[in-house]
Structure formats: C-alpha cells, structure tokens
Write a protein that binds this ligand. Structure first.
Ligand SMILES: Nc1ncnc2c1ncn2[C@@H]1O[C@H](COP(=O)(O)OP(=O)(O)OP(=O)(O)O)[C@@H](O)[C@H]1O
Ligand SMILES: [Mg+2]
Length: 257
C-alpha cells in the first residue's frame, strides 16, 4: 500500500548527546511497526520528532508524502497522527469520559466553548465527537469506569485510558510509547489484543515502543532497532532475531530469543 511515514536521516542533539543519529526508515500503511532498543536508545525522542514535540537538528519526516518536519504538533494531530505518552498525560481528577472528550476538543473547529452550547454548526460536531468517544470507550472496554476519576484507577487501567485519549482523536497513525509498561501479564495480553484490533478492525497504522520482546515479536510486521541514537537493525521479527548487531546490543537481556 506504500509508506504512510518516511523518516530520512533524522538527527537530534541535546548538548553533547546524540539522541538520534541519521536515522532512516519507512513505515507502511496499515502495519504494526515496533521501535525497540535499550534504555536511552532514542525511542521516545523519535516519537517526539514524529509528533512534533522535538525539532530534529536535521533530516526529513514525510507523512503521506507531505513534509511535516516544521509543522506544529496540533497540525500533525489534525492530519491524523496521535500519540500516547510513556508518562501518562491525563487529568487525574477528571473522569475517564471527560479525559477522552477533552482530547477531542482540541480537534473541534467550533472550539470547546461553543461546542458546549449545542447550537448551529457545533451540534453536528458535538454529535460526531461523542460518537467517537463512545466508540473508544466500548472498544477499550472502559464502560464500567467511565465516570471514575483517572487518578484513582490502578496504573494498568490509567495506561489504557492514555491509549484511549490518543485513539479518541480518530488517528490514521497512532504512536504508542510503552503502552504495556507496569502491566501484569493478563493486562499485557489484553493490551496486545487491543493493538491487534486497532490494526485489523480500525485499520490504524501502529508505531509501538515496547520492552517486552516476546510481545514485539508476536505483534510486529516490521521492527527498527535503535542503540545510542543509531539505527542498528531493521526488518521482520525473524530477520531481527538473526541480526548479529541486534543480538550484540541485547547481550545480557534474558528476554531476547
Ligand atoms: N529533553 C531532553 N533533554 C536532554 N536530553 C534528552 C532529552 N530527551 C531525551 N534526552 C536524552 O536523549 C537520549 C535518548 O532518550 P530517549 O528518552 O529518547 O530514550 P528511550 O529509548 O525512549 O529510553 P527508555 O527506554 O528509557 O524510555 C538519552 O540519552 C536522554 O537522556
Ligand atoms: Mg522512552
């Protein structure tokens, strides 16, 4: 189907630290693409460059053929790129429902205030907006906790709501930064199923950062491996598992097969 995202020679520097060093890869439309690598390898930095939080020092990022490297994060969201954060970015005192609605308000043309009045142009938008939020609540099985303040939920559920906040934006490309971190194995399996369904049912392209390599190998169509900001491997799960540079970078990690 062709690439949805083309990353060419992206570099990012913080003082003396090269967080990303000439990284290139393509992400195909509709695939599950994973970014792996040891702590500090540059995985979150890469997502920050794609979502627009960080400005790379060089390179090109094209989304559906369009250069987005200088575009503001908000404009990237309206193009269809949404992102769930490694550190949960929710309002703890607000309910699950309100957190999901608030995420979408940033997309409303009529603005958050007029959107609340149910008049004129805003009413159609408001209906669309609620429909999407309800769809996500059902999809991620959040019905029982829709009115619960996010801050009172167990960590695993908060992570799920964080994914829901990104999903409620109706993205074509979703960036998931360690959505399973801190989860037990039952919760991880459930999240893996949600990710597969995002890909198969919702036809969203998924970029996943995950440290559990068993899950990465099972879910991914392609994997890119970063180490000290450099791309040291790219390929299918089978290719990655045989790549000597990748094996070397992961020496000492018992989970690597
Ligand atoms: N805002 C920042 N200011 C300074 N240095 C940063 C900043 N963000 C990231 N870095 C540095 O860039 C490098 C890559 O960090 P990054 O967070 O992208 O790694 P990561 O692969 O996501 O690691 P982890 O698996 O621990 O989440 C690290 O050396 C980190 O200290
Ligand atoms: Mg990270």
């Amino acid at each position: 189907m062709g690439p949805i995202l083309e990353i060419e020679n992206v570099s990012l520097q913080f003082g003396g630290v090269k967080a990303l060093d000439n990284v290139s890869y393509h992400i195909e439309k509709g695939e599950i693409f994973s970014l792996i690598g040891p702590n500090g390898a540059g995985k979150t930095s890469m997502l920050n460059c794609i979502s627009g939080l960080y400005q790379p020092t060089g390179g090109s990022i094209r989304y559906k053929g369009q250069e987005i490297i200088n575009m503001k994060p908000y404009n990237r969201t309206t193009l269809g790129i949404a992102r769930a954060f490694q550190n949960i970015a929710l309002f703890a005192h607000m309910s699950v429902l309100d957190n999901l609605k608030l995420g979408r308000h940033t997309l409303m043309k009529s603005g958050a205030l007029s959107g609340g009045l149910y008049i004129g142009k805003s009413s159609n938008e408001e209906i669309e907006h609620r429909k999407k939020v309800e769809e996500v609540i059902e999809f991620l099985e959040l019905q029982d906790i829709r009115h619960t303040p996010v801050g009172t939920l167990p960590y695993g559920l908060q992570k799920r709501v964080e994914v829901g906040r990104a999903l409620a934006l109706g993205p074509e490309l979703i960036l998931l930064d360690e959505p399973m971190a801190g989860m037990n194995s039952t919760e991880k399996d459930l999240m893996a199923r949600f990710i597969l369904d995002m890909h198969e049912v919702m036809e969203i392209t998924v970029v996943l950062i995950e440290h559990d390599l068993g899950i990465v190998m099972n879910l991914s169509d392609h994997i890119a491996v970063l180490d000290f900001g450099k791309r040291i491997g790219f390929g299918t799960p089978e290719e990655i598992q045989k790549n000597p540079d990748v094996i070397k970078a992961y020496i000492g990690e018992e989970t690597f097969i």
